[in-house]
Design a protein around this ligand. Structure first.
Ligand SMILES: C[S@@+](CC[C@H](N)C(=O)[O-])C[C@H]1O[C@@H](n2cnc3c(N)ncnc32)[C@H](O)[C@@H]1O
Length: 218
């Protein structure tokens, strides 16, 4: 098992791993491996776009320095659980609007104390801004038509001045009509108009088709 340049992420062959902060428990059917008394969980890039981003070539400092995270679109907690492995001591606020997805997220949070799920609509950050405060990392994966606007409004409400953001842009949720490259370009322009610098753009195929990760800072 080798450490990678991303703190807390390990690699063996083509597989990525995080150290299991909830020893003996699986979240999404992943493989658990014990090496030298440490338990690792496989991080599947076909189930987690963030693992896909790392494998497609994220910069070493993609996360920046993290003491708190706001995650929009937690779903059942697959990617969230790996972030909780990376930063087991830091608060990770998770916004999810679907009550169906929220139930497993709550169950996950009962086992991992730094996960703080909030049943809310990410389009309304004013509803949770007071609880979340100012975070170092904003991560969004909501697959909505107005993804860029949601992201920009959450940046304005909750991202610290030196914070980093990762927007997992599902281009086909914006429109079916225009080419993916044009949608990514328009999204970047919207983020720049909102006062963000776009540090990088990474296409996530073959792990997530028609998805682009946009890496930003304020
Ligand atoms: C593609 S899934 C997220 C997968 C998850 N990020 C992962 O990697 O494990 C998108 C999720 O975003 C949620 N979602 C969509 N629109 C939302 C909104 N406006 N506010 C909060 N959650 C939203 C959906 O209910 C769904 O659970």
């Amino acid at each position: 098992m080798e450490a990678t340049a991303w703190p807390g992420v390990f690699r063996e062959g083509r597989e990525l791993y995080t150290i299991n902060a909830d020893v003996g428990h699986r979240v999404h059917g992943e493989t658990l491996r014990s090496v030298g008394g440490v338990e690792y969980r496989t991080w599947d890039p076909f189930r987690s776009k963030l693992a896909g981003l790392l494998l497609r070539g994220a910069p070493d400092d993609v996360f920046g320095t993290v003491h708190s995270v706001l995650y929009l679109g937690g779903a059942h907690g697959t990617t969230v659980s790996h972030l909780a492995d990376l930063w087991p001591e830091e608060p990770i606020f998770v916004i999810e609007k679907s009550a169906t997805a929220f139930a497993p997220l709550l169950a996950l949070a009962r086992r991992r104390e730094n996960l703080l799920p909030i049943l809310a609509d990410a389009q309304l950050p004013e509803r949770y801004q007071a609880d979340v405060g100012s975070v170092d990392l904003l991560y969004q994966d909501v697959a909505q038509r107005n993804q860029a606007t949601i992201f920009a409004e959450n940046v304005a409400s909750c991202l610290s001045p030196k914070g980093r953001g990762i927007l997992m842009l599902k281009v086909r949720s914006v429109t079916q009509r225009r080419p993916a490259a044009a949608i990514a370009r328009e999204t970047r322009a919207e983020l720049v108009r909102a006062g963000l610098s776009v540090l990088g753009e990474v296409a996530l195929a073959p792990f997530a088709r028609e998805h682009v990760a946009l890496l930003v800072r304020r």
